[in-house]
Design a protein around this ligand. Structure first.
Ligand SMILES: *Cc1c(COP(=O)(O)O)cnc(C)c1O
Length: 378
């Protein structure tokens, strides 16, 4: 196999118009936050039903600012899932608060909403659900609980741009919603993120938290009244993100069609009967950010990944459970606390899925996976 045939796990799709637009920005004399950032924020606001949106230079800092907007700090608890990118829990620690994990539902792989209520204490401030792989969490259950207990909700929608809950786009309703534009996400600004604000949030404060807490007035006035970050998005990045927003719905439709093709072939190869768990078959509300299978406990995931790599196919792990990382173990978390997250985290494997994939690529992955798993006795 020639290396040019390597099929990566994912690949961003930047069109020529966007590339030309980036060159124009570079030649314009204004390359950091400016007119294109404003245009990008406006296009995002339109996408999210007219709500206020502010951009950031990462999805991580976006969530951190949201927690600061919610006044979360030392002594406060934030309820979240142990099966996510570590940023989800790291931002809770970054503001001095305590992450409280609730185990996942092993079928959806999202936080098990039935377990949230038992984790609520007088210190709980925020529920931080993650729409893993773009499959929406049960937001009816989450907002009902939040209302009953006087809690706020920050959706980690990093993977969920274009996903819907009961036909409404994630981010177009609810409380705070945070998105990421990392190159692996369904829409990218190289690096970046955005925060969709609830009506009670002051966009001016969000902007100050984004940039050193600085407030300007008049021609020469400046004051700082809050400790802000350095998290503004460049216009070069914003131009890329703006170009992606014109195409994100098309990307998501293509991802959905490719996911359906995976199911048809993996079913035909009998993978579910051979002990491989496929994702939830949701072709209405998920944006198919990832197509993830869970391997049975008896096969070694790394060996399967190596065998697929040898056949020119890239795969990934999203994610090992957060509570088992050394830093979290030092905080007192232990193996066995969240058994579903541990089982799924040990067996989960992300297969290639990106809009430019051809149907033949899906067939190649499905066939290779079936062959490899047979070699491992499945
Ligand atoms: C990507 C991601 C983030 C962080 O976004 P960055 O832009 O990489 O900082 C947070 N949470 C989840 C679930 C993610 O997938």
């Amino acid at each position: 196999m020639n290396t040019t045939d390597f099929l990566p796990l994912t690949r961003p799709d930047i069109d020529e118009d966007t590339i030309a637009g980036v060159v124009e920005v570079l030649r314009s004399g204004w390359i950091t936050t400016g007119p294109w950032n404003t245009k990008f924020e406006q296009s995002l606001s339109e996408y999210f039903g007219g709500r206020q949106v502010r951009t950031f230079n990462s999805g991580t800092v976006t969530m951190e600012v949201a927690l600061r907007m919610l006044g979360v700090g030392p002594g406060d608890e934030v309820i979240t899932t142990p099966l996510s990118w570590v940023a989800t829990a790291n931002v809770v620690l970054a503001v001095g608060a305590t992450p409280v994990f609730v185990d996942i539902d092993p079928i959806t792989r999202n936080i098990d909403t039935a377990g949230i209520e038992a984790a609520i204490t007088p210190r709980t401030k925020v529920i931080l659900p993650v729409h893993l792989a773009g499959l929406p969490c049960d937001l009816d259950a989450i907002f009902t609980l939040a209302q009953r207990h006087g809690l706020r909700v920050l959706e980690d929608a990093a993977q969920a741009i274009g996903s819907t809950w009961r036909t409404r786009r994630i981010g177009s309703f609810g409380d705070y919603s945070s998105f990421s534009f990392h190159p692996n996400k369904n829409a990218t600004s190289i690096e970046g993120g955005c925060l969709v604000l609830p009506p009670d949030a002051d966009p001016g404060l969000v902007e100050r938290l984004r940039l050193q807490g600085v407030r300007r007035f008049g021609l020469d006035g400046m004051d700082v009244d809050v400790l802000g970050s350095k998290a503004n998005l460049t216009d070069v990045a914003a131009r890329v993100g703006f170009g992606q927003m014109q195409r994100v719905d098309g990307f998501n439709r293509r991802r959905t069609a490719l996911a359906q093709a995976y199911f048809a072939l993996l079913d035909a190869f009998g993978l579910p009967a051979r002990g491989v768990q496929l994702p939830v078959r949701d072709f209405e509300s998920s944006n198919w950010h990832m197509f993830q299978i869970v391997l049975p406990a008896e096969v070694q995931r790394a060996a399967v990944m190596q065998a697929l790599k040898d056949r020119g196919i890239g795969t990934g792990v999203h994610y090992p459970p957060i509570h088992l990382f050394t830093m979290y173990r030092k905080l007192g978390f232990e193996p066995g606390q969240f058994p579903h997250a541990e089982r799924v985290g040990t067996g989960i494997l992300t297969l290639p899925l990106f809009p430019a994939m051809r149907d033949a690529d899906i067939a190649r992955v499905a066939e290779a996976l079936s062959t490899v798993l047979r070699e491992f006795g499945l």
